[in-house]
Design a protein around this ligand. Sequence first.
Ligand SMILES: Cc1cc2nc3c(=O)[nH]c(=O)nc-3n(C[C@H](O)[C@H](O)[C@H](O)COP(=O)(O)OP(=O)(O)OC[C@H]3O[C@@H](n4cnc5c(N)ncnc54)[C@H](O)[C@@H]3O)c2cc1C
Ligand code: SF4
Length: 458
Amino acid sequence: MALKDRVNPIERNPKERAKDFSEVSLGYTENLAIIEAKRCLQCKIPTCVKGCPVGIDIPGFIKQIANEKFQESYKILKKYNALPAICGRVCPQEVQCEGACVLNKMGKPIAIGSLERFVADWASKNNIKDEIKIEKKLNKKIAIIGAGPSGLTAASELAKSGFLVDVYETFSEPGGVLIYGIPEFRLPKSIVKKEVDFLKELGVNILLNIPVGNAIEPQELLEKYDAIFIGVGAGTPKFMNIEGTELNGVYSANEFLTRINLMKAYKFPEYDTPVKIGKNVVVIGGGNTAMDAARSALRLGANVTIIYRRSEEEMPARKAEIHHAKEEGVKFQLLTQPISYIGDKEGNLIGIKCVKMKLGQPDKSGRRKPIPIENSEFIIPTEIAIEAIGTNPNKLLLSKFEGLKLNKWGYIQTNEYGQTSIPKVFAGGDIVTGSATVILAMGAGKKAAKKIKEFLND
Ligand SMILES: Cc1cc2nc3c(=O)[nH]c(=O)nc-3n(C[C@H](O)[C@H](O)[C@H](O)COP(=O)(O)OP(=O)(O)OC[C@H]3O[C@@H](n4cnc5c(N)ncnc54)[C@H](O)[C@@H]3O)c2cc1C
Ligand code: SF4
């Protein structure tokens, strides 16, 4: 067995894909998936499983691919993960399952994420329907606030247990960040839609365009439902608040990506939403959001530079996305910190004043602390700046839940099962942990659903 030679999935040519929003990776053919699956050692103590936040039987589903039994493989995957086509595309595998694979010591780890995606796509193409098994119908009602991965997972688990589930969502489409944040070229929206359709088949009632706290008060939900799950994410953008933030051309990544993804600005004028894009775009930040904003701007025809105050090693974005961004032509200006925006007389952005940085000792996050270098100021000319430096919780809704305890950063405090200080209110996902990952949000939704069942059956 050739241990070293990892079989990579097929990807579209960077020059061609940088001009459109179609998916970058085309995944594996059956043949390539089988070859990659055969590299797995089927370890007696599979370290990869320990690295997976939902403990998928990884050697189990890979073995079935190697044996060409794709439907069996899908069954195993689905037992642990309700959204494998999504996780196979967006999970940070290099720090989870693949990071823990023993083959790291001998060569390249098994491409677990790509195999997961292959099986999920194969099942979809072959119209393999998930079994709908609903336990005895129960006459208890649950409200879920927010249709992101945490809310949708909680809804699916509770509906399968026979509860009546209503999901309230602010936006016009369910999916949370999967719809409004992660672009089509990384996660096609048809995949999210399929998962949501399955929820509808389970009998989950999804109510769109209803911001809880505005259109409906939490008190009304508390009176009407036997339990509530809050999965509203942490979508309020953070700004650096440097001089000139009010200039035309300064965006938050959140607004920029929502316009493009949810409101389909990339299809303007076919869709009504425009997005202002200059010749030059500078994106500030080093996470997945920064990569997504930069690659979206590039596809709209701009010359794009990412500026980040540390070095590439400290960037929190997935390695694959940094690699894809570079291949497509996004430039990286590292060890650089913006200090003010410069505008013209009409109030339009024309440049960013920056300072060069060096790295000091590791800070609380374990990453080396960036320190400004004296007298190193310089200007980057640009018409558009997109800040992708993180998010905060939305205070409005939470303040309306009387007695709901928050932590010092404003996120909801829960016990390890997702129960909040109000006994019939549960919470999970980014609104509890701060910005995290899709799989962790799903895990939180699943855990809280289990606890809600116990709570209501007591
Ligand atoms: C641009 C971007 C790229 C990312 N890339 C990755 C990646 O590659 N891999 C990865 O694992 N993670 C990634 N993440 C992080 C990941 O998407 C989140 O951790 C995850 O979506 C959190 O799920 P959630 O259910 O907690 O919240 P969200 O996905 O934020 O969903 C919350 C939902 O609640 C709704 N809502 C909010 N307030 C209300 C209200 N008052 N009433 C009703 N509804 C409300 C929102 O509209 C939203 O639909 C990325 C995040 C961003 C922003
Ligand atoms: S650790 Fe790697 S080689 Fe071992 S079972 Fe898991 S995926 Fe296969």
